[in-house]
Ligand binder design. Structure first.
Ligand code: FES
Ligand code: FES
Length: 150
């Protein structure tokens, strides 16, 4: 039996192979489908969640790396930075099709946890690996900048 904490809830995982990607555990075993599957090979960022507050690609991280640790997903309703970003996302009408946005939000959440007032350049660098096929990058930058300014 292996314990993980997802969005402040404790889960005891049974009979899940240790090399199963975190994304599969979230979506297929626990029915937490807010986290999205994009490329499946660590290239797009759609599947981003936080592992002990650092952004990880859940499609490429084995669940064994999360045992005993804290995972934060887009389904978390209590995370301060994530909630501030959610408001800014709405205010600045960021999402288009929306598919990449859970990953974008989680990556931005990780940035604000390590750096509450990032510069424009720091935001761009930090968000660089999260792909948006709809091209919402400018609005993402505006929304994160708004939260960073307070
Ligand atoms: S689905 Fe994980 S990086 Fe694309
Ligand atoms: S909003 Fe459509 S992929 Fe980003």
């Amino acid at each position: 039996m292996n314990t993980i904490f997802i969005d402040n809830k404790k889960y005891e995982l049974k009979e899940i192979p240790e090399d199963t990607p975190v994304l599969w555990v979230l979506r297929d075993y626990l029915d937490l489908t807010g986290t999205k599957f994009g490329c499946g090979v660590g290239m797009c960022g759609a599947c981003t969640v936080l592992l002990d507050n650092s952004a990880i690609r859940s499609c490429s991280t084995p669940i064994s790396q999360a045992y005993g640790k804290k995972i934060t997903t887009i389904e978390n309703k209590e995370d301060k930075e994530l909630n501030s970003l959610r408001v800014a996302w709405k205010t600045h009408d960021v999402a288009q099709c929306g598919y990449c946005q859970p990953g974008q939000l989680m990556n931005a959440t990780s940035l604000l946890k390590s750096n509450a007032k990032p510069s424009k350049e720091e935001i761009i660098t930090s968000m660089d690996g999260n792909v948006c096929r709809c091209g919402t990058y400018n609005k993402i930058l505006t929304a994160i900048s708004a939260v960073a300014k307070g």
